[in-house]
Design a protein around this ligand. Structure first.
Ligand SMILES: [Zn+2]
Length: 211
């Protein structure tokens, strides 16, 4: 939030409402919820991605969000897969997966929403199939890098774009093992989120439960 620098928000809310309060990044919260209560339940290491207007991610290890030194870890949407890309990202870099394969950038490339693209692809529209293949290649290259780096137990994908369903997931499961050095990648489950539009609510609960 502009102008909010070093604001002790959790303390302030906690003081005013006399209740415990914690502050968490939305994708981290949703990822924690998927790890504890959703599609990642029972797994020790979960990489979560929500692919909607942007791409948010969270790294959950042993039931806790991995925050890094400054609390800024897990910004997987800003991992660039093309340093020469003409797609400039909101973060100032180029070729971030968010700038290439979020719902917003799919809509920009396809001239229609991800859902409409999926419908047209299902009907065999060659242009739609081409765009779906291209999107899956980009997401696949990205997820393969994530798997090379983290070797997670499971990858959970939510957000509007995940609603494309099998046509996207089948492609990712095919592409990812080809693009990583990890010989176990083909057995790393890449699954749809379970909590969907309620992930934020569950995320809030999960953040308090895991405290
Ligand atoms: Zn970026």
């Amino acid at each position: 939030m502009p102008g909010w620098i070093n604001v002790p928000l959790a303390e302030e809310v906690s003081r005013r409402f006399a209740l415990p309060c914690r502050v968490e990044n939305d994708a981290n919260g949703a990822g924690l919820a998927e790890a504890l209560l959703g599609a990642g339940r029972g797994h020790r290491s979960v990489f979560y991605a929500t692919i909607s207007t942007g791409i948010g991610t969270g790294i959950i290890l042993d039931g806790k969000v991995y925050h890094g030194k400054n609390g800024a870890a897990g910004e997987g949407g800003h991992v660039s897969i093309d340093y020469r890309s003409e797609a400039r990202c909101n973060c100032g870099s180029v070729g971030c997966i968010e700038a290439l394969a979020s719902g917003t950038s799919i809509a920009r490339r396809a001239g229609r929403s991800a859902e409409e693209l999926a419908r047209a692809a299902a009907q065999g529209d060659p242009a739609a199939l081409g765009l779906l293949d291209e999107t899956a290649e980009m997401l696949g290259a990205w997820l393969a890098s994530v798997i090379s780096l983290l070797d997670p137990d499971i990858v959970v994908i939510g957000g509007g774009v995940s609603r494309i369903g099998d046509p996207l997931f089948d492609r990712l499961r095919r592409i990812v093992p080809r693009r990583t050095i990890n010989p176990f990648a083909s057995s790393t489950p890449i699954v749809s989120a379970a909590l969907h539009q309620d992930a934020g609510i569950y995320g809030g609960a999960a953040v308090i439960l895991s405290a």
